[in-house]
Design a binder for this molecule. Structure first.
Ligand SMILES: Nc1ncnc2c1ncn2[C@@H]1O[C@H](COP(=O)(O)OP(=O)(O)O)[C@@H](O)[C@H]1O
Ligand SMILES: [Mg+2]
Length: 304
């Protein structure tokens, strides 16, 4: 079984939807999400639309508090949208679909402290009808892929932060997802480890032929990793810009970041974010902070 074929059983409870973008594996269609109800209702995402194509690497970038995690939780079926829908392979998502794996920012809370590295990695494979041998093989392959050979029997607390995040990545890989979703996965490690984990993700994406959706507040990271960068902003947030990075498949922490194209895309996105912050009036900011139903949306609609 190839990674792309894994786990897309008939058993997931999704209903067929019309009008799916061609080649899209994961889609947000008019996705709107509000928290709370009545006077306390607060719309975080309003009419968010975008699609992740098969084997594509898309980075979603936006300020802290914009709604990136909310977006990912909706996209992965952990939260249900207030309006609009999420589609996985053209089918409406109503619970976390088979074939999708998530890596969260906080590895310390995503690993079980009493389980060894290999047991943590094997956890999502249990009860999936995968034979013991196949499980062991997947775990061993994922351990090697993330460079943790020799650490299989260790407990999470015996590892550095970067190594713990490698365990979390290996766990997602062992599941052989067709879509890997990552929420600020490198935000809790030092700069050097971060660069290593970024490159590891690029390498694994090639090896496992996975589609990746990665959320970050770091524009440089988004441009370095992504085939496309989706910028979300505003209150409530929507897609305000989409940039094709066109930096090729091979990336290098030094060479790629020296390319004029890298600087150009980075500048475009930073400008968009800065100008957008400058255009947000104090009233909008206050409304976004205190709650209330959305804004008049004029500024958002006039944006690209
Ligand atoms: N469960 C929740 N209930 C109410 N408000 C929430 C909840 N989760 C997040 N929020 C609010 O939604 C906004 C967006 O949060 P989040 O999606 O975590 O943003 P980001 O990941 O971009 O930092 C924040 O203002 C946050 O306080
Ligand atoms: Mg977040």
């Amino acid at each position: 079984m190839t990674p792309g074929e894994f786990g897309l059983g008939e058993e997931n409870n999704m209903a067929t939807s019309e009008g799916t973008a061609p080649g899209a594996i994961l889609e947000a269609v008019g996705l709107t999400k509000a928290y709370g109800s009545g006077d306390r209702e607060r719309t975080i995402l309003a009419d968010v639309n975008f699609a992740l194509a098969e084997q594509e690497f898309v980075c979603v970038v936006g300020h802290s508090g914009t709604g990136k995690t909310t977006l990912l939780r909706c996209l992965t079926g952990l939260l249900s949208p207030t309006a609009g829908e999420v589609r996985f392979r053209g089918q409406r998502v109503s619970s976390p679909p088979e074939g999708l794996a998530i890596v969260f920012q906080d590895y310390s809370r995503s690993l079980l402290p009493w389980l060894s590295v290999e047991h943590n990695i094997g956890l999502p494979l249990e009860g999936k009808g995968i034979s013991r041998e196949d499980q062991a093989e997947r775990i061993a392959h994922a351990v090697t892929a993330v460079g943790l050979s020799g650490h299989e029997r260790k407990l999470p607390h015996e590892l550095s932060g970067g190594m713990q995040q490698r365990v979390a990545i290996a766990r997602a890989l062992a599941y052989q997802p067709s879509v890997l979703v990552m929420d600020e996965p490198f935000a809790s490690v030092d700069a050097q480890t971060r660069a290593e984990l970024e490159d590891l993700t690029l390498q694994l994406r090639k090896e496992y032929r996975t589609s990746v959706l990665l959320v970050t507040h770091d524009v440089d990271e988004a441009v370095y990793l992504g085939d496309r960068v989706v910028v979300i902003g505003g209150a409530p947030a929507r897609v305000v810009r989409v940039e094709e990075t066109r930096l090729g498949r091979e990336r290098d922490q030094i060479e790629t970041k020296m390319l004029p194209r890298f600087a150009e895309v980075r500048a475009e996105i930073l400008r968009e974010i800065r100008d957008r912050s400058a255009r947000t009036t104090p009233t909008e900011l206050l409304r976004a902070t205190l709650g209330g139903k959305g804004t008049d949306g004029t500024r958002e609609r006039s944006a690209r």
